[in-house]
Design a binder for this molecule. Sequence first.
Ligand code: PLP
Length: 395
Amino acid sequence: MTMLNWMEQELEALAERSLERSLRTVSAAKDCQGYIESGGRKLLHLSSNDYLGLAGHPDIANAMRQALLDEGAGSGASRLVTGNRPPYARLEQALAVWQQSEAALVIANGYMANTGVIAALAGRGDVVFSDKLNHASIVDGVTLSRAEHARYRHNDMDHLRSLLHKHRDKRRKLIVTDAIFSMDGDQAQLRELAELKHEYGAMLMVDEAHSGGIYGARGEGLCAELGLHRQVDVHVGTFSKAFGVYGAYVSGSRTLIRWLTNKARPLIYSTALPPSLVAGISASLEIVQAEHWRRLRLREGSRLFRSRLAAAGLNVGAGDSPIVPVIVGDNAAALRFSSTLEAEGIAAVAIRPPTVPDGSARIRFSLSAVHTDEQLADAADRIIPIASGLGVVPR
Ligand SMILES: Cc1ncc(COP(=O)(O)O)c(C=O)c1O
């Protein structure tokens, strides 16, 4: 069979199961925060990770513009060669202060941070304990590391304990978790994970991709909000979500950062981020720390939206974050839900396997501090009858 033949056949099979994906172009709506434009229409944007509404912030754009003029468009080399421009040192110092850690390291994005860090911390003969709902970049990191992959049932600490016990004699043990689960919006059991890490002499790595900027008095994340940041050995976060920019960081001990500088392959073998981007992240970090009102606003809006949907009988999961899933189950039904919402002026994308487990296709609503209570209440009032019409409400 030729390459085109087998690809077409397999794509056909994906399409039949309502699992084919395709790219579409969307733009930020002009002068209208919280909306996007797609196919010539303005849609309320309930599918973005721009949680604090910073992606369009003029101070960030200005910092990027200035660094672009000062340092040029590209960094020209990896950081260990000659790509380590002045904005990096400024940002990494500020990150360490923000996280109250000894040191921090910027890596190109969250996917590369997770894969690079896990593969640098564990190898053949080691074991990585990972929640079944952890992000794909964590799963891929474990595969790359060649360590044994011990996946525990979602947030099931008894299951994790039994796996830790089974592997207690392994050379190195790493427990890794999302702080807020990306497709469910619920929290990891961070206190219990910290206790188990101590009990079994494991390392603990927490990915704050969906909690950085949102939790903690200065947006440090969920570990800090719970007073647990000192229990975490490896703290990873991304700048592509609440920070509204792009890129990622790791923070922890000086020795950890020295180790990663020598061993994290995505850092070593990939060109440094453009200096303008790094300067933009620094500007965003200042706003994230200073503008607590964005976190409060996001929380209020999330509470209102979530409680309206739940009161109507929709299954919105167990979280309290701005990620509000409405579980539909069937892939085709989730796609129908999404296209009906779009016809009603709401952009909310259907999330299907393998991003979520089979049989749990959903609409993942994600909210932003720029949404007003009126917008969210009005959206909920339009979502509920659509869900009822499609038989999504379990009554
Ligand atoms: C939990 C989690 N970790 C890591 C990533 C990857 O981050 P980035 O988009 O910066 O590559 C994502 C999503 O993109 C995520 O949801």
